[in-house]
Design a protein around this ligand. Sequence first.
Ligand code: NAD
Ligand code: 6OD
Length: 502
Amino acid sequence: MLDVTRKPDQPASSAAVKEIRNFIAGEYVGSASGHFFDKRSPVNGALIAKVSEAGEAEVDAAVKAARAALDGPWGRIPPGERGDLLYALANEINKNFNRFLEAEVADTGKPMSLARHIDIPRGAANFKVFADTVKNVSTEFFEMATPDGAGAINYAVRRPVGVVGVICPWNLPLLLMTWKVAPAMACGNTVVVKPSEETPQTATLLGEVMNAVGIPKGVYNVVHGFGPGSAGEFLTRHPGVNAITFTGETRTGAAIMKAAADGARPVSLEMGGKNPAIVFADCDFEAAIEGTMRSCFANCGQVCLGTERVYVERPLFEKFVAALKARTEKMKIGVPEDSATGMGPLISQEHREKVLSYYRKAVEEGATVVTGGGVPKMPDDLAQGAWVEPTIWTGLPDTAATVTEEIFGPCTHIAPFDSEDEVIARANALEYGLAASVWTTNLARAHRVSARIEAGIVWVNSWFLRDLRTPFGGMKQSGIGREGGVHSLEFYTELKNVCIKL
Ligand code: NAD
Ligand code: 6OD
């Protein structure tokens, strides 16, 4: 039985019901329809917020505010000053660290320790990294000959792409939203953000921070709502949006791409994954177990880069499965405030139903359930939370739905392999290509295998080690485009050549 006990002095996450509004042209505004949707705590199902759903009118107002800021004050700020403002934003997020932390944890139910070390610091760091990137980047220059002998010079200049629509998921809300908003703003664009309906709070709070540091009104706007027939669709279809950057499921990305085709607008899509970990018998065993534990169960398995397929070289297979099972069964499932909590709930009851349907499907497909596979017994006051057990399966063929489809929960399938060629073919067999990890102490093998894996990022002897200057994105159906460091400039700017005849 998993340890789900809570000390009596540790309260279940609960908060007074908040009213969350859209943020348009520097003001918090409700929607003309007066329509609100409910945001419930993943921890105990309590209503924590009523969120004002933006209609077409609010989305239109947000896009127009973004356009006005672009044509007005923001468009006139020199790049250096923009960079200073982005640094000020990062510092202001850090000043309000606990407010962001509490908001993120309330929306997601994730362990406070995780949000304290990853989500909020990264939310701030994104602004500094992209301010530095833009400050330090140069463009090309060419001299050329002309028939009259006087010559000509060519130089390239980067200009903002315009109003950028930013559509975000719920798993790392502030981190992934600022991962797009920071480069967009650093490059001189203005943004309209549509946070996930599951995580409205930190994007909204960021509006306050924008005002506090003096970002001109309209540069950063937030509209709340859902996808089809709601703010997400209204935003992606709005002709005033010049480019759309999206993080979320592959199916949603495809729908957004269709919407962007009207007006031939560019998209940057970071989408789903079904990421393999490959564990060779020569690995550092402890490191491989620790890294695989994190990659399977961090954030309750709700990380796009997480591992849902583990391939272990046959001589190590039994030992690896036993060790991962033992470690998993020791992990504490609990409330965010408890520092011993290793795993919180899923984001919502709806997502829990999806994950549990895969738990049932795995058994129907003939899996051996090594551990988990169900719902943990929680105290009565947490009974309405979206809890599931961390789960490990073995024994499935590579063609099973459990092994081929993204589940986005705390679960993984472990299979043995016999040769390098075989495991590479199995790792590459899916239409996803987001991330992979390889565990080996053989340097030549590390190079060989990582070169052949079809994934946007391959970690060797690590997982989720991120240098924000590096290209990030997915191959195949996991993404279109690369963001990160100077690579973000490809999407967030238009490159123009100026040719001057001398
Ligand atoms: P989702 O695709 O359901 O929703 C993402 C966002 O899109 C939400 O804000 C949603 O309201 C909006 N949306 C939905 N339909 C839309 C439409 N037709 N038009 C416009 N907007 C629409 O994804 P999710 O459930 O929030 O997040 C989980 C998924 O995100 C997983 O598949 C995960 O792998 C993926 N993800 C990928 C990355 C990456 O970097 N590749 C990062 C995080 C999450
Ligand atoms: O670290 C990042 O920048 C990033 N985009 C992480 C994505 C995590 C997916 O859940």
